[in-house]
Every structure is written in structure tokens, then in C-alpha cells.
Design a protein. Structure first.
Length: 287
């Protein structure tokens, strides 16, 4: 059995997107290892010292972390020591926290739009009948979704959500006058499981009805939320105010509710993110 096949089996309980990302990073690390060793060799056969030497050649700390994660998982899979790799990963984490604080300070000084600005833009989208953009922004603002959460299939029957258990669905029930978002394919799905959100807001439901009407009329593209599934973040960004994107939207929202613990817990649960992570990465006023 090849190392990649064994590794894929080792991570089989992760979400489809996570598995895809891990395999991409595995291939990247394998390419680096082969180039450095001047031969094709399994990652499991490389010492921690050499892995550190190869990986720390990456200028970007986030890239280093991604490769270290793969190396650590490979070694855990083979029950090999990982202490040196984990130590470097922990040191990198502390450096990244400093970078996040610096970036948040710059954002604070540059003057991000307010939470009310996001709500005003949402109203503008509705009044302009930009239905797909309205739905994406609504979910970002009120359900604190990540990019991958809005990569869903809009369906009219509940039975449709059983078609593919690896993707997200937005089911609209005309009879029950509600919409349900099923989030299965997201970064921390393996830890938090499928998330289900029921939405009864009349404007949200009307936007969905309008999209189904345009489907009936055969208007090309009117019901497409994400034209290219490989570039979800780009299309989410295009739909948002000033091309801010999901991450900055969440920073604005977390900052607005920073003194409301119940709301922060709601955001944490919805995103599958710990409260500590919210404070560390999204609170631009955090010192």
C-alpha cells in the first residue's frame, strides 16, 4: 500500500474538503522531500530533524504549519515520535498570534465598515433583487457561516438532501414556510458533525421563491450561487460589501458583539470555532 493511500485511509473520517486539502499538502511535502533527498522516498522515513530543515525553508508561516501538520499526522499514523515537530508548530502558533494582533490593529486603524453598514447593504441587495447575493450575505451575517457553508445546493424537496451526504444543502419547504440549511462539508465537521439551521424570515424565503421562479423561466445563471466550486472564497467576496469577504465580515460582527457573551457563544457554535479562537483571530480590539 502506498503511503498516500494509507494516509487517505487514516484521515477518512475528516470532511471531504479537509481530506482534499490534506492530500494537496501531502503532495506538496512529498515533492519537497523528494527534491531534498534527490530520490523518491516516503515521508515516514524522514527524520524529524530533516523534516524541520525542509519545512522551515518555507517563507510563509501558515505554509510551514500546513506541512508540519501533515508530517505530524504521518508520523502518528506510523506511531513515530513527533515531539520536535510539535514544538516547532507551537512556536509558529505564537508567532502567528503576534501577526494576527498586528493585522487587527491595522484593520482597526483603517476604519472597517460598521455592523449597521452590513445590514444596510443587505437591505440594498434585497431591494435590488440580487437574490443570490442577498442569501449569501444573510447567511454570513445572521448565521455566521464560513465560505464553504454557502457552497450548497438549493433544493425543493427534503428527499433531495439524501442524494449526496458529502455536500451542503439549502432545502426550501413551501408548505412549511421555512428553509433549512444543512452544513456537512466544512472544516471542523469531523468534530462538530452536521449543522442544521432553520430559517423563517419572510424576506429570506421570498428570495428563495424568486430564485425558483427564475429557474422555471429558464433564466441562465439566476440560481447560481457559486459558479466555480474551486473558488468559493472569491465568489463569496464578490457578493459582499466592498469585497470584504467572509473573514472581515466576521471580524466586524465579533467586534460589534464583543461584550455580549451569549451572542459570541452563538457565533462560536455556528462556526464550529472555540471562543478563544474568536477572541484571538476576530476581535480587532483585543490587546
Amino acid at each position: 500500500m502506498s503511503e498516500l493511500i494509507e494516509f487517505t485511509e487514516f484521515i477518512k473520517d475528516k470532511s471531504a474538503n479537509t481530506i482534499k486539502s490534506y492530500k494537496q499538502q501531502y503532495n506538496k511535502l512529498k515533492k519537497i522531500v523528494d527534491a531534498e533527498m534527490e530520490q523518491s522516498i516516503d515521508i515516514q522515513n524522514i527524520s524529524e530533524k530533516n523534516i524541520l530543515e525542509f519545512v522551515t525553508g518555507e517563507a510563509n508561516l501558515n505554509s510551514q504549519q500546513a506541512l508540519l501538520n501533515i508530517a505530524i499526522m504521518i508520523r502518528k499514523m506510523k506511531k513515530s515520535p513527533t515531539s520536535k515537530l510539535q514544538k516547532q508548530r507551537d512556536e509558529n502558533k505564537e508567532k502567528l498570534k503576534g501577526f494576527v494582533k498586528e493585522k487587527n490593529e491595522k484593520l482597526k486603524n483603517s476604519g472597517l465598515p460598521s455592523y449597521q453598514d452590513l445590514l444596510d447593504y443587505l437591505s440594498f441587495l434585497y431591494e435590488s433583487k440580487r437574490w443570490t447575493d442577498f442569501i449569501i450575505n444573510y447567511l454570513l451575517i445572521y448565521y455566521h457561516t464560513r465560505n464553504e457553508d454557502v457552497n450548497f445546493e438549493l433544493v425543493p424537496f427534503k428527499r433531495d438532501i439524501k442524494e449526496n451526504k458529502d455536500i451542503n444543502y439549502l432545502w426550501y419547504s413551501k408548505r412549511a414556510k421555512k428553509a433549512t440549511l444543512y452544513r456537512r462539508n466544512y472544516k471542523t465537521a469531523g468534530k462538530y458533525g452536521m449543522k442544521t439551521d432553520t430559517i423563517t424570515d419572510p424576506k429570506f424565503l421570498n428570495a428563495i421563491k424568486e430564485i425558483f421562479e427564475c429557474r422555471k423561466k429558464g433564466i441562465e445563471g439566476c440560481d447560481v450561487f457559486i459558479p466555480n466550486k474551486e473558488n468559493v472564497g472569491y465568489y463569496v467576496m464578490k457578493s459582499t460589501l466592498d469585497n470584504l469577504g467572509e473573514t472581515l465580515y466576521n471580524k466586524i460582527i465579533v467586534n460589534h458583539f464583543r461584550n455580549n457573551l451569549d451572542k459570541l457563544k452563538e457565533i462560536s457554535e455556528s462556526r464550529g470555532t472555540s471562543l478563544n479562537t474568536l477572541y484571538e483571530n476576530y476581535d480587532i480590539d483585543k490587546k
